[in-house]
Design a protein around this ligand. Structure first.
Ligand SMILES: Cc1cc2nc3c(=O)[nH]c(=O)nc-3n(C[C@H](O)[C@H](O)[C@H](O)COP(=O)(O)OP(=O)(O)OC[C@H]3O[C@@H](n4cnc5c(N)ncnc54)[C@H](O)[C@@H]3O)c2cc1C
Length: 424
């Protein structure tokens, strides 16, 4: 039986895994190491968060731990569809059969941490913030950390790299035999936006139960989601090359930009947010494909560390939470025999993880011409499936974000569309 488990990264996947392992057996002693400060103690504006949506894959993973689904729903808003705002002021609604639950990534982590601390005391669980993993010695089963410029080493029986898309644990895999990993930047960068609760006197057509999107001719895409506390959070994606945001040099220009291109949002944006938006750093997203997720019989990568994906299909967190369910099922199936469990994790997850990254890169087209075809295809697929469910599969996006159908099956079904987007 594994005793000492070191989880690197207190993101959604790392914290949910702690819940699952602590519930499994009294023998698991969990230490979580997180490079950042405790999100419960720092101000929201410093937490570098962004809105995320959880669909059935993620909710299913939360549901299996008592109290988590309810706690997450209590801080989320249900989204029953998406509205695409057009240049001419018209808006096109795409309804959903099943709602999405939207919240900020940091709020999700906070609720998972709170529930963890509520259930377990420090005889079996310790969470170390401001501790950055800097190196791992796989042969000696030692992970090295840095806290306040002091280094220390930790022995482990089981080490989990839940440390996100720029994983240090994964970087250490590179020195091991036959490990291959492809990392790529997606062509768009992003900035987050936070709009305070609109004044009751301001009239807005931004329905709170819908995801709002806008697309500009230069490839800029804007996504806006209401939050439970009546604030509105968004992400603006813009091409890495030749983007319009680089030219904005003061808050007046930011406000002008939003009022011109996204007038529904511009009217709600206070000067303070325009200034904060300007100061916020531009972030880049990388995708990751690995040929294995385990190293020997005691180290495993999960979540973004194993398979970071473009946020265009809103699945990174859902898939990260799904990893935890798979790992738990394998521990059941192989009676906690770690060497077999880890090997099986790679075997069972790889095909879906690679398909996920492929879907993230190509399911949603960047070109405006293909975007129109994409909307048309979704509409036809949905109608045909509704009329003849036995003969026609649900649409591509219904399968991705409203089902738990494995990503590899979805890719197989929609391979011709993916190939078309790839060639374009
Ligand atoms: C703009 C944007 C929008 C998104 N929207 C969605 C969405 O709608 N739906 C969805 O499902 N997904 C979405 N995602 C993806 C989602 O945020 C990630 O897939 C998810 O957070 C992955 O969880 P994780 O626990 O694997 O990694 P992370 O959330 O990245 O957490 C990793 C943690 O490890 C810590 N860490 C890193 N390095 C170290 C180290 N060396 N030592 C110690 N700690 C370390 C980090 O500080 C972090 O807390 C979006 C992503 C972005 C960028």
């Amino acid at each position: 039986m594994v005793k000492k488990v070191a989880i690197v990264g207190a993101g959604p996947s790392g914290v949910l895994l702690a819940h699952y392992l602590l519930r499994r057996s009294d023998e698991y002693q969990i230490e979580i190491y997180e490079r950042r400060s405790d999100p419960r103690t720092i101000s929201f504006s410093k937490s570098r968060t962004f809105p995320i949506s959880l669909s059935e894959r993620g909710m299913n993973a939360l549901r299996q731990i008592s109290g988590l689904e309810e706690a997450v729903k209590a801080i989320s808003l249900e989204m029953t569809g998406a509205i695409f705002h057009q240049k001419n002021g018209k808006a096109r609604l795409t309804p959903r059969k099943q709602p999405l639950f939207t919240l900020n990534r940091t709020s999700l982590v906070i609720v998972l941490l709170e529930k963890l601390n509520e259930k377990y005391n420090n005889s079996r669980l310790n969470i170390h913030f401001n501790c950055q993993c800097i190196q791992v010695d796989f042969a000696e089963k030692k992970a090295n950390f840095q806290k306040n410029e002091t280094n220390f080493a930790v022995d482990y029986d089981f080490l989990i790299g839940a440390d996100g898309s720029r994983s240090v644990i994964r970087e250490n895999f590179l020195d091991t035999e036959l490990f291959e990993c492809e990392q790529k930047y997606i062509p768009s960068d992003y900035k987050s936006i936070f709009i305070p609760r609109p004044d009751a006197t301001v009239e807005t057509n931004l329905k709170p139960d819908k995801i709002h999107t806008w697309a500009l001719d230069d490839g800029t895409i804007f996504l806006l989601l209401h939050q439970r506390d009546e604030t509105i959070s968004g992400v603006i994606y813009f091409p890495h090359q030749n983007n319009q945001l680089v030219g904005l040099s003061n808050k007046e220009e930011v406000l002008k930009f939003f009022c011109k291109h996204f007038p529904e949002v511009g009217q709600l944006m206070p000067e303070s947010e325009a200034a904060a938006f300007l100061a916020r750093p531009i972030s880049r997203i990388i995708t990751v494909r690995c040929n294995r997720y385990h190293q020997g019989s005691s180290v495993l990568l999960i979540g973004d560390a194993a398979h970071a994906v473009s946020s265009s299909i809103g699945q990174g967190c859902n898939a990260a939470l799904e990893d935890v369910v798979l790992l738990n099922n394998l521990l059941d199936e192989y009676s906690d025999n770690l060497p077999t469990v880890l090997e099986q994790f790679t075997i069972r997850r790889q095909v879906d993880a690679h398909a996920l990254v492929e879907l993230g890169d190509y399911a949603f087209p960047a070109s405006k011409r293909l975007l129109i075809e994409f909307i048309f295809r979704e509409l036809i697929s949905k109608t045909l499936h509704r009329l003849f469910p036995q003969r026609f599969a649900p649409s591509l996006f219904e399968l991705i974000s409203e089902s738990t159908v494995p990503y590899s099956e979805i890719l197989n079904l929609y391979q011709s569309w993916i190939s078309k987007v790839k060639k374009f």
